[in-house]
Design a protein. Structure first.
Length: 379
């Protein structure tokens, strides 16, 4: 515990200092590295074995069915970057789960236009961790992959993660510090803070990680319950990895290059989230009421209006509240709007809403219509 504090406090100090600095101009070297990465992704590293490679003569009776893959993408006003992410997803991705934190721009409409088959989950709870837990619960694929909507985690690298899982790993995490990895967004200060947390995790858990606070991970969905996820914030990335360690899962790292954000700004608060990561690592993670960690996914039918106008900034939350109240009241008519204006619904689209509840309380009026193993999270 003393060692953890001695390592963790300087790490938080470094991250906090970073948070007070103005964003600096990217160095030419970083721009060149990202440009090379954009032009052509490097091949898989030698230690990642491609399942089936060199076995072209295997009979069809010996072939193993390819696992299905669900990709979880938390979003909050990501209209400037989400299109690039969705367009570069591998063609073999089976399911895309968009977890929208009530964006006030065209994020959800854009996602539905580019991926009409996308599963959309509305997450009212704040935080990346809450969004990811809802997305994991909605996923139905054999493999779950989590990436960011800002374009910093390259979807074209996803094959590395999936092949490592098919090769026998239970949990795969990206590393920016391995050969063929890197970052276009690392400052020396930020890199030092991350390395301090890596050192702390390796000392406490006897691991040999090269990276820790990075949100590009993949795992077999059958192991989801073993991870014991309860985090709401950015510490979810640390809790995922340490949960896999505690569960005795086989963990592998693969190189990953962190790209520069394509739009928007980070919601990371260096001091606050650094403390939450430290508490998670020493087993003193933030405790929340049971009603804040247990949820079920409720299917909702959202209207498609005759006009193509999306709610203006600040109006989306009000519209969502009206939809929710209308469903509880059983009202199915047109939406009444200010000034006597009304819009006629010409159809509906299906989404899922994460509804939180107290364990043991009566919530029969909120039946889970998306069957998952994660109806109750954080037990």
């Amino acid at each position: 515990m003393i060692i953890a504090i001695l390592i963790g406090i300087p790490a938080i100090g470094i991250l906090a200092a970073l948070g007070t600095q103005e964003p600096r101009t990217k160095r030419r070297g970083k721009r060149r590295r990202q440009a090379r990465h954009e032009v052509s992704l490097r091949p898989l590293p030698r230690h990642v074995h491609v399942v089936g490679e060199g076995n072209e003569n295997r009979s069809s009776s010996q072939a193993v069915a390819a696992p299905t893959v669900s990709v979880i993408i938390p979003t909050l006003n990501e209209v400037g970057s989400l299109a690039w992410v969705l367009e570069h997803l591998p063609g073999w991705v089976s399911e895309v789960v968009i977890v929208d934190g009530l964006s006030t721009d065209r994020t959800e409409a854009l996602a539905r236009r580019l991926r009409p088959d996308a599963v959309v989950v509305h997450q009212h709870q704040l935080g990346k961790g809450a969004a990811l837990r809802a997305g994991f619960a909605a996923a139905t694929g054999d493999i779950v992959v989590m990436i960011d909507a800002d374009g910093s985690t390259d979807p074209r690298e996803m094959g590395r993660f999936v092949e490592a899982l098919k090769d026998g790993a239970d949990f795969v995490k990206g590393s920016r510090h391995m050969s063929d990895g890197g970052s276009a967004d690392f400052t020396r200060l930020r890199a030092a803070g991350n390395k301090a947390f890596v050192l702390m995790a390796n000392v406490l858990y006897g691991s040999q990680f090269t990276d820790l606070c990075y949100g590009y991970c993949a795992f077999w969905r059958r192991h989801l319950d073993k991870l014991g996820l309860t985090a709401d914030g950015f510490e979810i990335e640390t809790q995922l990895v340490l949960g896999a360690v505690k569960a005795g899962l086989e963990i592998r790292e693969v190189p990953s290059f962190e790209l520069e954000r394509r739009a928007g700004t980070s919601n990371l608060n260096a001091a606050r989230d650094g403390i939450r990561i430290l508490r998670t690592m020493v087993g003193r993670d933030v405790r929340r009421a049971a009603g804040e960690t247990h949820f079920t996914l409720r299917k909702v039918h959202l209207p498609v209006w005759s006009t193509d106008r999306l709610p203006a900034v600040g109006e989306r939350r009000s519209v969502d509240r009206r939809i929710k109240d209308r469903q509880l009241a059983g009202y199915v008519g047109t939406e009444r709007r200010k000034g006597g204006e009304s819009r006629q619904a010409v159809g509906t689209v299906v989404a899922y809403r994460a509804v939180y509840y107290q364990p043991g309380a009566q919530h029969t009026n909120l039946p889970p219509e998306r069957v998952t193993s994660q109806e109750a999270v954080g037990v």
